[in-house]
Design a binder for this molecule. Structure first.
Ligand code: PGA
Length: 261
């Protein structure tokens, strides 16, 4: 079975002071209810760059790993405003989110840039959470799979070994921050399509192993039904990840969906 993976994407929220007690509180909330499940699931928190050092220090030997929300395209060089993947590693980061819909749509990051960011992160031994997803217009026009396939295509140039250090995330743009999540069936349909794509582009084993997260208005009360879908391996959570109690509720709900609780 693929190890369930839950990621908190704080986006540009929380002051450094506000983030101080988050990890200990989260670990506390997960602690007892998730005891016995051991290392069977992963929990990742992605704060803004400026908070990474503090959060990485507070993780200690808990199960929580830290992710950046983006990643520079090279180890060093003339890239004003960017952060090097080796510095992210130095800060204690394990992951980088690449291609989030806000990076694609608000900051116009394209496939060439996103694959360069992914390669740079992987070279420095960061795992990559690579996001794809269609807009409402795409969905209404019946273009969901075409758009998702187009966003995945550039990953085809990576090696199978690189893919094994990546997690994919399906986040329909219309579901992000809107309160309107994809139905479990809508999520499953796209996840199954993405897994099939990995099978064709890499191998059957890679398709079986790759974890695919769903993101878009995930909350404690919809985590279980979404995670109950066979091709949904985890959740990428924005708004509901800002409070430890709510995020723990998502994680525990998700584990229930996989019958781990
Ligand atoms: P949301 O955001 O949970 O607030 O919809 C998800 C995301 O953007 O990753």
């Amino acid at each position: 079975m693929r190890q369930p993976f839950f990621a908190a994407n704080w986006k540009m929220n929380k002051s450094i002071a506000e983030s101080g007690a988050f990890i200990s509180s989260l670990v506390d909330k997960l602690g007892e209810s998730a005891s016995g499940i051991g290392s069977q699931f992963a929990v990742v928190v992605a704060p803004p760059y400026t908070h990474l050092g503090l959060l990485a220090d507070s993780v200690g030997d808990s199960r929580v790993q830290i992710s950046a929300q983006n990643c520079g395209v090279a180890k060093s060089g003339a890239f004003t405003g960017e952060i090097s993947p080796s510095v992210l590693k130095e800060l204690g980061c394990d992951w980088a989110i690449i291609g989030h819909s806000e990076r694609r749509h608000v900051f116009k990051e394209d496939e060439i840039l996103l694959v360069a960011r992914s390669k740079a992160a992987l070279t420095e031994s960061l795992g990559v959470i690579f996001c794809v997803g269609e807009t409402l217009q795409d969905r209404r026009a019946g273009n969901t799979m075409k758009v998702v396939e187009g966003q995945l295509r550039s990953l085809g140039q990576l090696s199978g070994n690189s893919l094994s250090r990546m997690v994919l995330a399906y986040e329909p743009v219309w579901a992000i921050g809107t309160g309107e999540n994809a139905t479990p069936a809508q999520a499953e349909e796209v996840h199954a399509f993405m897994r099939e794509w990995v099978g064709k582009a890499f191998s059957k084993d890679a398709a079986e192993a790759v974890r695919i997260l769903y993101g878009g208005s995930v909350k404690p009360d919809n985590a279980e039904v979404i995670m109950a879908q066979p091709d949904v391996d985890g959740l990428l959570v924005g708004g509901a990840s800002l409070e430890p109690v709510t995020f723990a509720g998502v994680v525990l709900g998700g584990l229930k969906g996989k019958k781990l609780r």
